[in-house]
Design a protein around this ligand. Sequence first.
Ligand code: GTQ
Length: 337
Amino acid sequence: MSREAYYQRIAPQHMAPLWTRLKSLVPKEPTPVGVAHRWAYSELRPYVLEAAEHISAEEAERRVLILENPALVGSSQITQTLYAGLQLIMPGEVAPAHRHTQSALRFIVEGSGAYTAVDGEKTLMAPGDFVITPSWTWHHHGHDASGPMVWLDGLDIPITHFFGSTFREDHRDEEAAVTRPTGDALARYGSGLLPVGWRSGSLNSPVFNYPYARTREALHALTKAGAPDAHLGHLMRYVNPADGGWAMPTMATMIRLVPRAFATQPYRSSDSAVFVGVEGTGELRVGEQGFAITPHDIVVVPGWMAYTIHADSDLVLFSYSDRVAQEKLGFWREQRQ
Ligand code: GTQ
């Protein structure tokens, strides 16, 4: 009896041989999913602003243009585990309150005067700020000032779908109650101080807005203290001050400065990452491809693809990935070449 016939006879029992699949099920190392790609903000910007002519933030609930990996069309995924989108809010608008199991991060691109309210506290958003919306916290966004405001949304949507743990709830009111003064979380938890006797009951950092003004000062101070890491540049992670861990439970968030004329050595890690240009210009090279980076440009690099970063001027890059989740599960690997 041939093996093929055997495979056909076991198929109706909903069984299959492992030995024909073992090498692809348990490969030696990952095959990158999706492709590396750059979205040039100068090209996207007119389309993002045009969205306001087609729909209000209220009607859209979230007026966002999804950034989809060109090799994962229709998936709403920028990597196999992450979502990215550019959200627009115009003066006078409110993106109504809801909550969901997905965690969200905001990295602010342009504009001023818009706020997000998260779990009872409003924070004003400014370019370069990193803002957290923890899983299952009520949040709405609003804009009481002038001019369009755009930020990058990073969510772990594909992860929650993978686990089948997607829940959402709409608030009965357009705006959820604001119960604490603006700046309260940063003062209490983000100033090198913690309230005595306080214990975190959350998987997220109690600081939910990391203002760029502070981040920038820290990055530039580092450049005076010594040479950057050969593979990473001056790379810092956003920290949860309660436990020293990452700021969020599923998504790792980092920011780096690569000094003018510096080029990093090839580096790869098992987490696919989304990079956002903050200041300066340079190039991110992945294999044969070179992606010019100017402020607000977005580049995705699939996991386990080696990349280098070349800075023409002092280059500041924000990035997020699923590294936290991989680390917690014992999966994460890196390789310096
Ligand atoms: O701001 O709550 O880009 O729920 C996608 C889903 C943003 C948000 C997105 C969301 C949000």
